[in-house]
Design a protein around this ligand. Structure first.
Ligand code: ATP
Ligand code: MG
Length: 201
């Protein structure tokens, strides 16, 4: 029966680079919701005219692979990287629902991302189609979601309190650029990869 099958977690992000905040969030979500696995989905290369410079998708993908390698319930998908043009979360979720038709799909985000969700394409549709696990993140307040949204989507948005890690990819990139340490903020393999490939300098 479908109810007996474990859920699948989807963790989308730029992962530029992947860090311990992402890994801890995924692990806590998997434990709390008894997920069979969490699939990390690095975003594709942005179309030419975006304001922010993002590291090439292939490098972000390799870093995600390295960081998740030792965890048997973590996986990485190329679904957005291999897709032409902009990726929308709703399309990604639909593809995973096709791959796992009898599983509950959970989209895992941090508090900042869930607060942004209402600016995404088809947010209501997305909330109808998939459940969200919204993890706490230092500096963002989950309760800002508003009572109205919580009331409407009580069954769909699952808040998750995790031990806060005030780590962000933006801060890591700035640290590398300025020659400050990033140790213990991300796996050693990623630190080594960043050094070897001269990223963020
Ligand atoms: P950037 O600073 O470049 O935006 P980021 O650290 O926010 O990077 P993203 O790739 O944007 O990382 O985030 C992917 C997902 O992981 C988002 O849902 C985000 O909310 C969540 N996330 C990232 N860092 C943390 C953290 N420290 N605690 C909880 N959730 C996090
Ligand atoms: Mg972010």
């Amino acid at each position: 029966m479908a109810e007996d099958k474990k859920g699948i977690g989807i963790m989308g992000g730029t992962f530029d680079p992947i860090h311990n905040g992402h890994l801890l969030t995924a692990q806590c979500a998997a434990y709390q919701h008894n997920l069979e696995k969490v699939i990390f989905v690095p975003s594709g290369n942005p179309p030419h005219k975006t304001e922010k410079k993002i590291t090439d998708a292939q490098e972000r993908y390799v870093m995600a692979l390295l960081a998740t390698m030792s965890n048997p319930i973590f996986d990485v998908s190329r679904i957005e990287i291999d897709r032409e043009g902009l990726s929308y979360t709703v399309d990604t979720v639909r593809e995973f629902k096709k791959i796992y038709p009898d599983r509950k799909i959970y989209f895992i985000t941090g508090a900042d991302a869930i607060l942004e969700i209402f600016t995404w394409k088809n947010p209501e549709k997305l909330l109808e189609e998939t459940e969200f696990i919204a993890a706490s993140r230092p500096g963002y307040c989950l309760s800002q979601l508003g009572q109205k949204i919580y009331d409407s989507y009580r069954e769909t948005i699952h808040p998750l309190q995790i031990p806060g890690l005030a780590i962000s990819s933006t801060d890591i990139r700035a640290r590398v650029e300025e020659g400050r340490p990033i140790k213990y903020q991300l796996p050693e393999s990623i630190e080594a990869y960043i050094k070897k490939h001269n990223l963020y300098r």
